[in-house]
Design a protein around this ligand. Structure first.
Ligand code: MCF
Ligand code: FE
Length: 411
């Protein structure tokens, strides 16, 4: 049965940011059949099940490209106000956070993801505890199996653990669930593990995610083998201070030939931005997480100048107060205060729709014939008289009204 979903405003989320007044999307099965005015689509498909929302604003389902569902049990446990304290507190509390209450916390967090109008997530899985919850959720999931560890004497164990998780996740592969690879970061993964994990990523054929240049401590360590990470690693290496395994640029070079999404990038310099651009990498920014951990925000103008596509994501509840992209969008609108207001609002909308889909290799993120029917309908009073749709939607949208993933209504 063909469905027609009509709304007072339809944001196509194409590069020109076109929108329709009294527009609609017609869809059949998992795909969009046509996007046009509600009236025309009703005439074209008279047999369709049609509904129109006079206060509605219809968008492609939002894409949260980077979060850590497994850390959802954190509320007040972890320490903020410095990357060093935060990381130390993660190590201290990791087992508790990932213990008993973790599953329930993950379920609650996913409900929040859905109610913010999100249809796709890029979930970093550190231990595989989130596998079944995510594989059985109604969301579209890019399941990034994380490889982590730099101690040479533990490499075989670390590799087997990663490979075991990866293989297990591959058993759940489906049109909505895609197993992928994440490299935790340049400071925490041995190049040997990186190279092997990248071979698996090539076999899977998708994007690789990695945290990169999140903190000042990271640069200090990678370039000079000193600072917080020196002491941090000494604790895990039996008191012997190891050396950093690659510079930031050497790390980026390892990623050559791979589709990459970098996460954070707050401390990236011009040379690294240029290198990332030459790799065709995208950059996911998580402003609330950055404020709580490293303290500083990304310089958007540098990222734009380098020609790197910018995405917005929430990160996990280990460094945020919610997994709502709507809240993240509002924060980003205010926090990146140098950007011109209206055009920035439009760019932010694209950063969680079309640009995110492009970066992740998804057939969604836009309202266009042939793409997946992943749709988010919101209601906004007065939208019919509004001329600043993207801006007003970011300011006022609190909860999605109806969500479709692959043409199926999420109940
Ligand atoms: O993005 C934030 C901050 N940067 C790095 N890692 C994490 C973030 N949120 C959760 N993490 C996880 C990461 O995946 O914390 C662990 C890793 O498993 C830190 S290293 C023990
Ligand atoms: Fe993260």
């Amino acid at each position: 049965m063909i469905h027609i979903l009509g709304a007072e405003r339809v944001l196509l989320c194409d590069e020109e940011f076109r929108l329709l007044s009294k527009g609609a999307v017609a869809f059949l099965g998992d795909k969009i059949l046509a996007v046009d005015s509600y009236e025309k689509l009703q005439k074209r498909y008279p047999e369709a099940l049609a509904e129109y929302h006079p206060q509605g604003i219809l968008l492609p389902g939002l894409i949260n490209a980077h979060l850590h569902l497994e850390f959802s049990a954190n509320q007040t446990t972890l320490l903020y106000g410095g990357f060093d304290r935060w990381l130390s507190s993660v190590i201290t509390h990791r087992d508790v956070l990932m213990g008993e209450g973790a599953k329930e916390a993950m379920r609650r967090a996913l409900d929040e993801v859905l109610s913010s109008g999100t249809t796709t997530i890029g979930a970093i899985s550190s231990a595989g505890l989130d596998l079944e919850i995510l594989a059985h959720s109604s969301l579209r999931v890019l399941f990034f199996n994380e490889v982590i560890g730099s101690n040479p004497s533990a490499i075989d164990f670390l590799w087997e653990d990663f490979l075991g998780r990866l293989k297990r996740s591959e058993e759940f592969k489906s049109s909505r669930f895609t197993p992928l690879v994440a490299i935790h970061s340049p400071y925490s993964v041995h190049p040997f593990l990186i190279k092997r994990a990248l071979l698996e990523a090539k076999r899977l054929g998708g994007v690789v995610s990695t945290h990169f240049m999140e903190s000042k401590e990271e640069r200090e360590w990678l370039e000079e083998s000193r600072g917080f990470f020196g002491d941090f690693f000494a604790r895990f290496f039996g008191g012997v201070k190891p050396k950093a395994l690659s510079t930031p640029l050497e790390f980026l070079e390892l990623l050559e030939g791979q589709r990459v999404m970098l996460v954070h990038g707050v401390q990236m310099n011009e040379e690294e931005l240029a290198k990332a651009a030459s790799l065709g990498a995208s950059l996911a920014s998580c402003p609330r997480s950055n404020r709580l951990l490293g303290g500083e925000l990304l310089d958007i103008s540098k990222v734009k100048k380098a020609g790197i596509p910018f995405l917005l994501a929430t990160d996990g509840l280990s460094s945020n107060t919610s997994l709502s992209l709507l809240e993240e969008l509002r924060i980003a609108l205010f926090a990146y205060a140098k950007e011109p207001l209206e055009s920035w609002a439009r760019e932010l909308v694209l950063s969680v729709t079309k640009r995110a889909a492009y970066a992740l290799g998804l057939e969604s993120g836009e309202l266009r014939e042939g793409l997946k029917a992943d749709l988010a309908l919101f209601e906004l009073e007065g939208i019919g008289e509004c001329t600043q749709e993207a801006l007003q939607w970011i300011l006022h949208a609190k909860k999605v009204k109806t969500l479709y993933i692959e043409g199926k209504k999420v109940e």
